[in-house]
Design a protein around this ligand. Structure first.
Ligand code: BGC
Length: 677
């Protein structure tokens, strides 16, 4: 009997297993490992039977395990990423990550194609719902625990779409023209931090070009930045068919691409052999690329006895309840005049219900594009409210004698809505919805508008007509229950906006000039990011533009009072140093609730142009009625820096900093000074 080869031995250290397997591969087999099964299986790599190397299997996220890539299975549909971000709750991200990881394993896959870390440059981007925020700090703070959660199930997370993929119009052919500082400080920052802190095992390149070079052959982005500077040792795959337009095989392999999905344009055996034999790339480079793929196979347990791997489960009640809790925590109360919310179920007789999203189900095959998760059931707003009101309140779609009316407005995953491969056409609700809201408001004493959408909505034309507005996002398979729980006060809303809501499109940075060169691109399909680092609130603050709702904003059914702010030290001097910003927060209302204490920094002595304030810390705290807690928000030295183009690196300048502490980016309760030495 011959002993099993080292690479099959679970007890051996991973790098040794990888080296052992690599040494057994022929040249052709190495080439094969860079390719996928092609048109037969769109989410599967080529196996090598001789060495018992199985196929790597992946599935789309980021809203759960997508139907089209899991053998047409129905799985738990989680709230959209933007709703996760609105919770500002790091712990929940860890839970979501490991729960998604379990579902991925249960469908026999090894890589979850999520999370998406692209920054919201324009509110029209069709995929805003799949991303976290306009702010890189918030994005990375939430992505890090999420990635760790996925990977603690030995499922690889896949950061996407690297990088500067900020619109869907012309996504396969456009070039994002971004200066070095902006690229690094805004668009790469969350990728960098997540790579360094969560060690994601894979990453997906973008469709678009960045400064004239496609993501999958972009040496600056892949080899030089991701691998050499940040130390990424995982697998780099293309976005689906993204390599179609790139020029050469060697361009991709030398740049750092390790897997071409799902067709072999550049990485077919013939092309790889030809380029190799003509000396266009070395075996050392090839080995590095193959090694990365093998490493992730080892990490995800492809060669291990399934008994030793975490168990997968799908559609467990706990998964579905977690989806509901996150939907509840992510809801943002935007307006609540006269405190008409929460609705008092014992004192209401009739509620009238309206709007195109009242009965809508969002979880369908490919709804919204590749993120479409189809759940075994989905609770619509109507069903959720009906269940909550059963035997207590009469519901009347369209009734005008009701005590209160609720309109379910917003977008959907259809054309011109929140959807992959197309952008929104307008920031506003369509005319029909606006008229509906106005009509309902005219006919009722009290009108609540629940917005179901994944991106900012302009509301000036109707918001004064209604008493309350709740941003519900896409809340996953139990969205209807979550909405009912928040409207009736079983849950006190605590979500905060991860995106600025502009009053009009021209107020937002990518649209301020109205020039196509800034969005959606000039005749050559070049999109010039001329607003630079002034994206999201950084722009609104710098230009002193009044948004409809600022970044970080969200009301509660209770009120919070902030006490004095204290620092545990007056100075720090190293990137890894931490400062504790302590503030007493009291719930002065009659209901339990949670507040997100937000800390923004201003670099007072900066030698370069810097935003008036940037988010550098936050902490969510739950408080019973009358309760006071001292909240300690950690601010890390490294988060105070900027990208210095003269050094091609992040830097933190010595000098004075001011920290603002508040409940949104425009509502501060105090500030403190400290110095960076
Ligand atoms: C999307 C990716 C997705 C991939 C695989 C592409 O169209 O941009 O986000 O993971 O398809 O379905």
């Amino acid at each position: 009997m011959t002993a099993d080869p080292t690479y099959l031995d679970e007890e051996t250290e991973i790098e040794n297993r990888v080296s052992d397997l690599l040494s057994r591969l022929s040249l052709k087999e190495k080439f094969k490992l860079l390719t996928s099964l092609g048109r037969h299986r769109l989410y599967t790599t080529k196996p090598i039977k001789r060495l018992k190397i199985p196929s790597f299997k992946m599935t789309d996220g980021p809203l759960g395990v997508a139907m089209h890539s899991s053998g047409f299975k129905k799985n738990t549909r989680f709230p959209a990423t933007v709703a996760l971000a609105a919770t500002w709750n790091r712990n929940l991200m860890g839970e979501i990550g490991s729960t998604m990881g379990r579902e991925v394993r249960a469908v026999g896959r090894h890589i979850l194609l999520a999370p998406g870390l692209n920054i919201a440059r324009t509110p029209l981007n069709g995929r805003t719902f799949e991303y976290f925020s306009e702010d890189p700090y918030l994005t990375k703070e939430l992505a890090i625990p999420l990635v760790k959660g996925v990977q603690n199930q030995r499922i690889a997370a896949c950061l996407k779409h690297y990088a500067a993929n900020n619109q869907e119009i012309d996504r396969m052919t456009s070039s994002s023209e971004v200066d070095e500082r902006t690229l690094n400080e805004i668009y790469l920052r969350a990728f960098r931090a997540t790579v360094k802190e969560a060690d994601p095992w894979s990453i997906m390149t973008c469709y678009n070009m960045v400064n004239g070079v496609y993501g999958c052959e972009n040496k600056y982005l892949l080899q030089e930045t991701l691998m050499d500077k940040w130390g990424f040792d995982g697998l780099v795959m293309t976005d689906w068919l993204a390599s179609r337009k790139v020029k050469t095989t060697e361009g991709c392999i030398n740049a750092g691409l390790t897997l071409e999905m799902p067709w072999s344009y550049r990485y077919n055996i013939k092309a790889l052999r030809k380029a190799y034999e003509s000396g266009e790339f070395t075996e050392e480079t090839l080995d590095d690329r193959v090694r990365r793929n093998l490493r992730v196979m080892m990490l995800t347990g492809l060669f291990d006895n399934p008994e030793v791997l975490p168990k997968g489960t799908r559609n467990a009640p706990e998964h579905q309840n977690l989806a509901r809790c996150v939907a509840e925590e992510g809801m943002v109360l935007l307006k609540n005049e006269g405190n008409i919310l929460p609705l008092d179920i014992d004192n209401l007789k009739r509620i009238s219900l309206h709007g195109p999203n009242l009965r809508k189900k969002f979880g369908k095959l490919l709804s919204g594009g590749s993120s479409g998760v189809s759940p075994p059931y989905e609770v619509t707003p109507l069903e959720g409210i009906a269940e909550r009101c059963r035997g207590k309140v009469k519901l009347f779609p369209g009734d005008s004698l009701a005590d209160v009316a609720i309109v379910f407005a917003g977008l959907n995953h259809g054309r011109g809505g929140d959807s992959e491969s197309m952008d929104r056409i307008s920031l506003h609700l369509d005319d029909k919805q606006v008229s509906k809201i106005k009509e309902v408001a005219r006919n009722h004493q009290q009108t609540v508008v629940c917005i179901i959408a994944g991106s900012p909505i302009a509301m000036d034309e109707w918001i004064d007509d209604v008493e309350a507005v709740m941003m519900c996002w896409y809340g996953g398979m139990k969205a209807g229950n979550a909405i009912a729980n928040v409207l009736f006060g079983d849950v006190n809303p605590s979500g905060k906006l991860p995106l600025t809501f502009p009053r009009r499109l021209e107020d937002s940075p990518a649209h301020s000039t109205g020039d196509p060169r800034n969005y959606p691109g000039d005749d050559e399909k070049r999109v010039y990011y001329e607003e630079g680092i002034y994206v999201g609130y950084r722009w609104f603050d710098k230009k002193e533009i009044d948004p409809l709702f600022p970044f970080g904003y969200g009301q509660s059914y209770t009120q919070f009072e902030f006490g004095n702010i204290q620092l545990n030290r007056q100075s720090i001097g190293k990137p890894e140093d931490e400062l504790l910003v302590e503030v007493e927060v009291t719930n002065i209302g009659a209901r339990a609730g949670s507040e997100v204490v937000q800390v923004y920094a201003k670099d007072v002595d900066a030698s370069v142009d810097r935003p008036p304030q940037e988010l550098v810390g936050f902490e969510k705290v739950g408080l019973g009625p009358g309760e006071t807690k001292t909240v300690a928000v950690t601010v890390k030295g490294e988060d105070l820096g900027f990208y210095d183009v003269s050094k091609h690196e992040w830097t933190i300048e010595a000098g004075e900093f001011k920290l603002f502490v508040g409940s949104s980016s425009r509502d501060f309760h105090g500030d403190v000074d400290f110095s960076y030495l």
